[in-house]
Design a binder for this molecule. Structure first.
Ligand code: NDP
Length: 457
């Protein structure tokens, strides 16, 4: 049998790569992981984790308002951007250190430099070292896509830079209505920035249930976000006091920063994949089978670099399944169905299963249960906040096809609802479940009459 230097070399120490490396090492494999940036990847360093910390920071804005309604006198509230950035930095440094420690404890060698594929069984590191390996796992993730090519676009920043801006942007334009665009618009408006959101569509979050899209738009507007639907920037100019942005509708905005969040693309360029014979999609994503194996049998890929479902827990599950299958003697393919997702705007979105548009195309008779109410927490402060919940039920089988929530803790609810939907819960199961009172989630088991019945034509 051929002797290799390693059983596995992983390219990229993000969520998927780290999990795969640790599990493979636990199965007895000799593993190295190459990382040119900080250990932890997008999620830990400049994605989910710092984003959620900033979301938490922004929500104190509403908490102070609620507190007054409960009899508290809150002194003048002031926000210090520098303190938040520093506290965030300390936390992600701690987490990155833990990731590195856990890799080392598992016996994984960390190579702190870029690695590229030098053949089906070879990896070259940036210091010139070349090693042989039985398998390669590409887990290099994704990066913000090229910004729209308009004059002055170089003045714009991406989500990579927004976390660490030296100065708090008092006036911010966010371009793009996906997860990243709406989350940052929601954060910065609450931290005190005059915030604009420019969308090419009428509503944000394409692909989400239409009611959630509409209600989120309304929630952002209510928080003070100035939404410019169908009006993208055409030019950005530097001025004495910041940036002047011209939009397609000829309006002109004066801002301190422009954040472009128009999508992310797989990071495969310059990795030597084409030369090794690895098939890529048009956007650079690595084509893989259900076991994350590429067109070259010794080369695998997990996470955003495969552009399947670009979410951290999915990358982790794919990395784990790969390691169990290739090094643990198991046969694990990842099931990408019924993945819950949250958008950490305020109001928050939590969703699992089919949207109403998808469900009505699938079910002959779709029962739509809906409720909308003011959360108890906002009643005393009289803050205008609404919770919205929608349950989509197949009228013939009674199976719950999708649940969509907008409001506090919607993400937490979606996580638990995903278990029910995976167990193929019927609406009758929801109805028979005792309510927990008083809670927001009890509404999910107390909706009795459909607000609409959609018959397939
Ligand atoms: P998304 O793909 O979610 O959204 C991209 C947005 O940019 C859409 O609104 C799209 O508009 C718009 N857009 C695309 N191209 C252009 C263009 N040329 N000009 C103007 N607008 C354009 O990307 P994000 O960058 O927001 O997020 C990337 C990924 O990161 C997400 O898919 C998600 O998987 C992950 N993520 C997940 C989070 C979470 O789970 N909470 C949080 C953050 C990121 P249109 O709708 O018209 O196509």
């Amino acid at each position: 049998m051929t002797q290799y230097d390693y059983d596995l070399v992983v390219l990229g120490a993000g969520s998927g790569g780290v999990r795969a490396a640790r599990i493979a090492a636990g199965h007895g494999a000799k593993v190295a992981v190459a990382e040119e940036f900080r250990i932890g990847g997008t999620c830990v360093i400049r994605g989910c984790v710092p984003k959620k910390l900033y979301v938490m920071a922004s929500r104190f804005h509403d908490d102070f308002a609620d507190a007054a309604g409960f009899g508290w006198t809150v002194g003048e509230a002031r926000f210090d951007w520098g303190e938040l950035v520093a506290a965030k930095e300390a936390e992600i440094t701690r987490l990155s250190g833990l990731y590195a420690q856990n890799l080392e404890k598992s016996g994984v060698e960390i190579v702190r430099r870029r690695g590229v594929v030098a053949g089906p069984n070879a990896v070259a590191f940036a210091d010139g070292r070349r090693v042989s390996t039985r398998c390669i796992l590409v887990a290099t993730g994704g990066a913000p896509t090229q910004h729209p090519q308009i004059p002055g676009i170089d003045y714009a920043i991406s989500s990579n830079e927004i976390f660490d801006l030296a100065e708090f942007p008092q006036r911010l334009l966010v371009v793009g209505g996906g997860y990243i665009g709406v989350e940052f618009a929601s954060v910065f408006v609450r931290l005190g920035a005059k915030t604009h959101l420019s969308l090419r569509a009428e509503l944000p979050l394409r692909g989400f249930d239409e009611d959630l899209r509409r209600l989120l738009r309304d929630g952002l507007v209510a928080a003070g976000v100035d939404i410019h639907a169908g009006a993208l920037p055409t030019r950005i100019e530097k001025t004495a006091s910041g940036l002047a942005v011209t939009l397609q509708d000829e309006s002109r905005l004066e801002v301190d920063a422009v954040l472009v969040a128009t999508g992310r693309a797989p990071l495969t360029r310059g990795l030597g994949l084409e030369a090794a014979g690895v098939a890529l999609k048009e956007n650079g994503a690595i084509v893989v089978d259900a076991y994350s194996r590429s067109s070259v049998p010794s080369i695998f890929a997990v996470g955003d670099v495969t552009d399947r479902l670009n979410l951290t827990p999915v990358a982790i599950r794919e990395g784990h399944a790969f390691a169990d299958t290739v090094f643990g003697g198991l046969d694990v393919a990842v099931d990408h169905a019924l993945v819950p997702t949250a958008v950490f705007t305020t109001p928050e979105i939590g969703t699992v299963g089919l949207t109403e548009a998808e469900a009505s195309a699938k079910a002959k008779r779709l029962l739509v249960f809906e409720t909308s109410f003011r959360p108890m927490r906002a009643t005393l402060s009289k803050r205008a906040e609404k919770v919205f919940m929608k349950i989509l039920v197949d009228g013939d089988s009674d199976q719950v096809l999708g649940v969509h929530i907008l409001g506090p803790e919607a993400g937490e609810m979606a996580q638990l609802l995903a278990i029910s939907l995976r167990l193929r819960a019927r609406k009758a199961d929801f109805d028979q479940t005792m309510a927990l009172h008083p809670s927001l989630a009890e509404e999910l088991v107390t909706m009795r009459s459909p607000s609409r019945i959609v018959e397939r034509a």
